[in-house]
Ligand binder design. Structure first.
Ligand SMILES: *[C@@H]1O[C@H](CO)[C@@H](O)[C@H](O)[C@H]1NC(C)=O
Ligand SMILES: *[C@H]1O[C@H](CO)[C@@H](O)[C@H](O)[C@H]1NC(C)=O
Length: 297
């Protein structure tokens, strides 16, 4: 779709910045495009890298686990790619300078990726790669700290928690669900780069709601949080949705914080203090500025 975005940009219609990831098998074409045009086609359109899927989702019982689903006996989920094929494509993409993002939801899928990343580093040395694991939703004991070893990005979507909090116990058992699910705080403590996103249109696109979910881990109407120890304070949630999300796209030099030299992309909140904001996260912003210009309302 990059040419569609370019068309929108040429018509002066772009109001959001995009960082595009392409299907992993197309890596030679993405690599050629970047060598020809550079990583930024404009201030609005950035070429990120390549993306692959190692497993499915919890909701469809296709996330890849060590232990079977409680509600589908004998079913461990789906492994969508052969690990040797994935290692080969990752090494090739990585050597050509592309950032690699791979979807993993189940604990086994996440461990297999962490093992594969270890291999890439041992075969091709350390460099600033910013490997991304998309979702990193269920982690085996100890996996959270392995993200930190190679500065891997846990690209997570707090609002998916709202879809799973109620059903995870039925799908994988309460004990497994509670020790493995959406371990945001453990990931940060283990040195992972924690980047928030929405996964829109699968989930709601609204960032303030994602921040609220990461802080409260409560479904509407719930009294108690789901896995209370993994709730994040405001500061960490804000960073995950701003500077760390920019870092996860190699765009933290131009986005993600309000400092001289970066784009003036920001919102005006109705709260009068951070304390007030944290106590009662507003349902709306007063205004949105993009590139220094008011874009909303
Ligand atoms: C990947 O596979 C291709 C085709 O089999 C091979 O030519 C290439 O050397 C492999 N690359 C790596 C990094 O192993
Ligand atoms: C990465 O591995 C390839 C062999 O697969 C080798 O040719 C290349 O020099 C390695 N790069 C680094 C930075 O180690």
């Amino acid at each position: 779709y990059w040419d569609v975005y370019e068309w929108a940009h040429s018509m002066g219609k772009m109001m959001i910045r995009v960082c595009l990831f392409f299907p992993m098998p197309t890596w030679p074409r993405v690599s050629d495009l970047i060598h020809e045009r550079g990583r930024s086609l404009s201030g609005w359109i950035h070429l990120g890298g390549v993306k692959a899927f190692l497993d499915g989702s919890l909701g469809s019982s296709s996330a890849w686990f060590y232990e079977p689903y409680e509600d589908v006996p004998g079913d461990y989920g789906l492994q969508l790619l052969d690990m040797d094929v994935l290692l080969n494509a990752t090494l090739e993409s990585d050597k050509s300078g592309l950032q690699v993002a791979i979807h993993a939801i189940g604990d086994k899928a996440n461990d297999m990726l962490l093992d594969m990343f270890d291999k890439v580093v041992s075969l091709n040395g350390t460099k600033d790669r910013r490997f991304r694991i998309e979702h990193a939703q269920h982690l085996s004991p100890g996996a959270a700290t392995r993200f930190g070893e190679h500065g891997i990005i846990a690209s997570v979507q707090p609002d998916h928690l709202l879809d799973d909090a109620d059903s995870a116990g039925r799908k994988i058992g309460v004990e497994r669900a509670e020790r493995s699910s959406y371990l945001f705080r453990s990931l940060l403590a283990g040195g992972a780069h924690l980047a928030f996103g929405s996964d829109w249109p699968v989930s709601d696109i609204y960032p303030l709601q994602a921040i609220r979910t990461a802080m409260s881990r409560k479904l509407p109407g719930w009294e108690a949080p789901w896995i209370s120890a993994e709730r994040l304070p405001l500061d960490d949630s804000l960073k995950a949705h701003t500077i760390s999300a920019a870092y996860a796209c190699f765009l933290d030099h131009v986005l993600g914080s309000l400092v001289e030299g970066k784009y003036a992309d920001f919102v005006v909140l109705p709260s009068t203090s951070w304390r007030e904001f944290a106590d009662d996260i507003p349902g709306h912003v007063l205004a949105t500025y993009v590139n220094g210009k008011q874009a909303y309302p």
